[in-house]
Design a protein around this ligand. Structure first.
Ligand SMILES: *Cc1c(COP(=O)(O)O)cnc(C)c1O
Length: 346
């Protein structure tokens, strides 16, 4: 076996969705965000498993992603598109029964001209200044928005519960939408954990489904196993890898495994605290991460296994992310196209 294997536990994703759903009151719908190919884990497989478990609404970033999800879940679930109605989207949105989240006056005009009978949602900007109608823009069309399928906004600081902007955005969202009969949604994973006043009618977790922070109670979803290509013995003073960055201070056994930064195991993981695991035994990554290869100090192992793990229950996406000074989201969505993806609970 020369290919690294990414094992994705669909049962764990479903369990995480149920756990997030259980945090919210029973009249709050828990949707699922499956943008960026289901955070790198396969939008079709993930959406299919979640739809079977009872998810009725999905969110994607762009129309093309919505097509893949529609094919996986059939005609019943709602599929919302965060980017709204982009230049070439009208055909896909109509043909695949997608719901664009309209973000700007220009998108509203384009929608009314091109897809007047399609369902739509509205995204409001309550302070993140990324996507959505500004308060003044929304006030001018609020009366006409009563038939929207959903009105949403997004929190910029929800993973920091003490951040003052959470309450400011909550107040702004209430000020803009109170009195309307349209279903409302403000919370992603972080917002769910902020408390019930953030839940409104529908919550939209993404990363928490996939075992990532800030939902620390979530189950690990991914295991990434990398095959060992060869091992070698080093004398004291010999170096490993590009720039000869790591030098042996003792007689050292090095294993070289088949994955690198071209597979999303970014260069910043090299020579840091990240480990590869031989079963339950951690072995330090030494030297730079190469495009297709990683080198590991396996001196302390009695026997070098055929494969070593870089993501498992010991080293979660968030721990691996910390070792490279980034976030779990980026590790997940960078997981490489060369991995063989295997699904548990398929
Ligand atoms: C990505 C995204 C989500 C999901 O966020 P998580 O932090 O992954 O739960 C929800 N809403 C919007 C608008 C998003 O862009």
């Amino acid at each position: 076996m020369t290919t690294a294997i990414l094992t994705i536990d669909l049962n764990a994703i479903v369990a995480n969705w149920r756990a997030l759903d259980a945090i919210c009151a029973s009249n709050v719908e828990t949707a699922a965000v499956v943008k960026a190919d289901g955070y790198g884990l396969g939008a079709g497989k993930v959406a299919e498993a979640l739809a079977k478990a009872g998810v009725r609404s999905f969110f994607v970033a762009m129309a093309e992603e919505g097509v893949a999800v529609r094919k996986a879940v059939g005609n019943d679930p709602a599929i919302y598109v965060f980017s709204g109605l982009m230049a070439t989207d009208a055909g896909l949105i109509h043909d695949y029964n997608l719901i664009p989240m309209l973000n700007s006056p220009a998108q509203l005009v384009k929608f009314r001209m091109g897809l007047p009978d399609n369902a739509y949602g509205i995204q409001l900007d309550t302070g993140m200044n990324r996507l959505g109608l500004e308060p003044s823009e929304f006030m001018m069309m609020r009366d006409k928005a009563e038939n929207a399928a959903q009105i949403i906004s997004h929190l910029a600081c929800a993973d920091e519960p003490e951040h003052a902007q959470n309450k400011q955005q909550l107040d702004q969202f209430n000020a803009m939408t109170n009195g309307m009969s349209v279903p409302r949604s403000l919370a992603a994973t972080g917002g769910i954990l902020l408390g019930p006043e953030y839940h409104f009618d529908l919550v939209r977790p993404g990363v928490g489904l996939y075992g990532g922070e800030p939902f620390k109670a979530g189950k690990a979803v991914v295991n990434l196993s990398l095959p060992v290509i060869q091992t070698r013995q080093l004398e004291v003073g010999e170096t490993v890898g590009y720039a000869a960055l790591w030098q042996a201070k003792r007689p050292t056994k090095i294993a070289t495994v088949a994955a690198g930064y071209a597979d999303g195991l970014i260069r910043a993981m090299g020579n840091g605290p990240a480990m590869l695991w031989a079963g339950n035994t951690p072995c330090p990554i030494v030297g730079r991460v190469s495009m297709d290869l990683i080198t590991v100090d396996v001196t302390d192992l009695n026997k070098v296994p055929d494969c070593m793990e870089i993501l498992n229950q010991h080293q979660t996406v968030d721990l691996l992310a910390q070792s490279a000074d980034t976030i779990g989201y980026e590790i997940l969505t960078s997981l490489g196209a060369r991995y063989k993806r295997a699904y548990i609970g398929d």
